[in-house]
Design a protein around this ligand. Structure first.
Ligand SMILES: C[S@@+](CC[C@H](N)C(=O)[O-])C[C@H]1O[C@@H](n2cnc3c(N)ncnc32)[C@H](O)[C@@H]1O
Length: 246
């Protein structure tokens, strides 16, 4: 579907939901200022496709990277476009594996623009077909299968949930109310929606938030080579700071 058609069909849903019959009236309604509708508007426009252990090769790299920092008091990770939670929970599972305990000294900040996906992420309940690619043993270790009314779905173990804080954050905002340093930042499959100058602005704001030897993980079709003064490629879609001495 072309971008224009995609935006059309997503906003048409909002028109139906608000009972308005044309885009002009909908625009007026937004401009008159309904904070709830602004939220629905942005939620409708976001694309939330994600999966557990998507771009699988990143997770052993993350594990190894954190294993080297095991004597640190606290490890901090940021998942900056967390969608419905599959990505930050995959990061949490990798951390349990790295530390060989369900209570590793790790905190994961998971943020997204879309409040609907954040609410779903916070619940941590997934239909079993979303978990098909996870090996049976891992599934048993990290998920609690629903019974009776909840058959057909599974909930992430509470220990994983406890490692993560979910918060709304717009990567396009001028300033972000968060503090680093993060040992790793995941920014995967969201930069594709922004032009290069916008991406550069976001990458520039990542720099002071990343630990000097921290890693930045990008999506499979994203490249930050255009910001070579800020980040350099370490291995496939994994970046490190270009200038480590700050
Ligand atoms: C395609 S999903 C990618 C999810 C996950 N990172 C992955 O790779 O599987 C893109 C996510 O980016 C979020 N997003 C879009 N624009 C954003 C923005 N300006 N700030 C923060 N998140 C945004 C969307 O709400 C959506 O959840």
């Amino acid at each position: 579907m072309g971008k224009q058609n995609m935006v059309y069909s997503r906003l048409a849903r909002r028109l139906r939901a608000t009972g308005l019959d044309n885009f002009h009236d909908y625009l007026n309604y937004l401009e008159r200022g309904s904070p709830e509708e602004w939220e629905e508007f942005t939620n409708a426009l976001t694309t939330n496709l994600t999966a557990f252990f998507r771009e699988q090769h990143h997770f052993p790299i993350l594990e190894k990277h954190i294993e080297k920092r095991k004597n640190q008091n606290k490890i901090q990770l940021w998942c900056s476009a967390s969608s419905t939670g599959e990505e930050p929970y995959s990061m949490a599972i990798a951390m349990v594996q790295a530390f060989k305990t369900f209570t590793p000294p790790v905190h994961i900040l998971a943020t997204d623009l879309d409040t609907n996906v954040l609410a779903k992420a916070q619940m941590g309940i997934y239909s079993l077909d979303r978990l098909e690619k996870i090996p049976k043993e891992k599934l048993k270790q990290f998920f609690l299968k629903g019974k009776g009314q909840n058959a057909g779905s599974a909930r992430v173990r509470p220990e994983l949930r406890n490692m993560i804080t979910f918060r709304q954050l717009n990567l396009l905002d001028d300033s972000w109310p968060i503090r680093g340093p993060f040992d790793a930042i995941f920014c995967r499959n969201v930069m594709i929606y922004f032009d290069k100058p916008t991406q550069y602005g976001i990458l520039k704001k990542f720099v002071p938030l990343l630990a000097s030897d921290g890693l930045l993980f990008a999506g499979h079709s994203e490249s930050f080579q255009h910001a070579g003064d800020l980040f350099k490629l370490r291995e496939k879609t994994v970046y490190e700071l270009a200038n480590k001495v700050r």
